[in-house]
Design a protein around this ligand. Structure first.
Ligand code: SF4
Length: 209
């Protein structure tokens, strides 16, 4: 049985859900690559998010049952991997969270979920997800490729933009993010223009060491 604290964990006012350690990317900056002691058998604090196996819907709900949900303002699918790699469980859990707790649901994603699942998954977000936050990282396709090292290669950047364009039809709040100081102000302006064209919000996130 997976430990409940590995599946769900508090961050500020949100309860974060860790469904999978799989990801279509191998970002140069990913904590999975860079944090000390993230090896699956290590003992560092970072290891707490390494899953022994991907939790089932029932295991996730059992982890929720151990929480005081009144303490949280939002439920966030995030974790040490790309949540849309476990998209069927994500949908089931998000629907149950809405039904039981009526809390806002956010998905933090690399935006490659439609490539990962081999179909346009955007319509499946309707009614169960309130916010999708997509890591844009850079306005430049070549730089994106070098940075995220996606298994989808050059198709990843356009696939991520296509997902953003589609998912905004089904989700009230779609955000694309970059991290402050990692790109120039000129590139931030280009990101803003991309988001304006897609009809989504642009947010520059604070750098967290
Ligand atoms: S998309 Fe996220 S989880 Fe995947 S490698 Fe990049 S930073 Fe890590």
């Amino acid at each position: 049985m997976q430990k409940a604290e590995t599946i769900v964990y508090p961050v500020h006012n949100g309860l974060y859900v860790n469904l999978t350690n799989r990801c279509s990317c191998a970002c140069t900056f990913c904590i999975r690559q860079t944090a000390t002691g993230v090896g699956k058998n290590g003992e560092g604090a970072d290891n707490v998010l390494w899953l022994e196996h991907e939790p089932s819907f029932e295991e996730v709900i059992e982890a929720f049952n151990k929480q005081d949900m009144s303490a949280y303002e939002e439920v966030v699918f995030c974790g040490f991997g790309e949540p849309t790699c476990a998209f069927e469980t994500l949908k089931q859990v998000a629907a149950e969270v809405k039904r039981r707790y009526d809390k806002p649901v956010r998905v933090n994603t690399n935006g490659q979920g439609s490539l990962i699942n081999g179909r346009d998954i955007a319509p499946e977000f309707k009614g169960i997800v309130d916010t999708v936050s997509i890591s844009l990282n850079t306005p430049n396709a070549d730089e994106y490729h070098e940075l995220v090292r996606s298994q989808f290669g050059d198709a990843a950047f356009q696939g991520m933009l296509d997902f953003a364009r589609e998912v905004r039809k089904y989700v009230p709040n779609v955000i694309m993010t970059t991290v402050e100081t990692t790109i120039s102000h000129e590139d931030e302006a280009k990101c803003q223009a991309i988001c304006d064209e897609l009809g989504v919000h642009y947010r520059i996130r604070a750098w967290v060491d």
